[in-house]
Design a protein around this ligand. Structure first.
Ligand code: ADP
Length: 257
């Protein structure tokens, strides 16, 4: 696989490498679409590490992470979950949106994220000390938006934390061009639209326009869909279901292009 494209924003690469070297778990904080997953893919590739990704949601339990018994023919066999595999193989375990998962995963996280670096599997009675090169990275969308769960301070304080935000205009323009091959003037127009929407706090959006949405709009434009229509379907519509707000966003987009 080729190195995934990731534009370094700040000191994140060094922080990641030092966290790894010192066996410290890393928490990436920030809103959706700010490059957290891409960064982890990039670092896994750079360090030549196998990556196990778990997209956590409200049904994700410790069983999903650790493993379960399954029935195979006449036998019952144990199957390791992604956390157990990563711990044994010395891989990179990436728990995306960790706060969304069920609270029972916290027990597993605690023994794994402190000096013990041990995973207890109560169903099999095993305790596995993590391989030297095991690393845990998680993401968390801070709870200032409706609908996102909080991460308990006792869990949060077990991680080194790194904040992700929307990049400044020049960098975000570069990301759009590199990621999609769109022309510079189109990229700049999209960035302007993004900037205007991000400044419109009175719209009451749960989350504002992310780099991901701007990338999606650029992909559609590059593929030949008209500029305005691309922005409507990739930016205005995904941001809200409120019809008046969608109309306001469409007006803003039309005025900007
Ligand atoms: P998150 O995990 O924070 O929700 P992603 O990593 O999935 O976000 O990023 C969404 C998209 O935004 C990526 O697919 C990529 O196109 C783009 N992106 C955001 N930040 C960067 C960056 N620094 N370098 C390259 N691409 C980026």
């Amino acid at each position: 696989m080729n190195q995934p494209y990731y534009k370094i924003i700040d000191q994140e690469e060094a922080i990641f490498e030092h966290a790894y070297k010192n066996k410290l778990p890393l928490l990436l904080k920030g809103p959706t679409g700010t490059g957290k997953s891409r960064f982890v893919e990039y670092m896994a590739h750079k360090m030549g590490k196998k990556l196990y990704t778990v997209a956590c949601h409200e049904e994700t339990s410790s069983t999903d992470l650790i493993g379960r018994y399954i029935i195979k023919g006449a036998e019952t066999i144990w199957v390791d979950g992604p956390m157990t595999r990563a711990v044994k193989e010395g891989a990179l375990l990436y728990l995306d949106e960790v706060a969304e998962a069920r609270p029972d995963i916290v027990v597993a996280l605690h023994s794994l994220t402190d000096h013990r670096r041990t995973l207890f599997i109560d169903k099999t009675g095993e305790s596995i000390v993590a391989d030297e090169s095991f690393m845990l990275v998680a993401t968390y969308n801070p709870g200032y938006q409706k609908g996102f769960k909080e991460l308990k301070p006792s869990t949060r304080q077990r991680f080194i934390s790194l904040s992700f935000a929307y990049p400044e205009n020049k960098i975000e323009t570069e990301i759009l061009i590199n990621e999609t091959g769109v022309d510079e003037d189109i990229a700049k127009k999209l960035i302007k639209i993004g900037e205007k929407i991000r400044n419109l706090t009175e719209l009451g959006l749960a989350e504002t326009v992310s780099t991901r949405l701007l990338v999606d709009a650029a992909i559609l434009i590059k593929s030949g869909l008209p500029l305005r229509l691309s922005c409507f379907v990739a930016i205005a519509e995904p941001l809200t279901d409120d019809e008046d707000t969608v109309e306001a966003l469409k007006d803003l987009i039309s005025l900007s292009i």
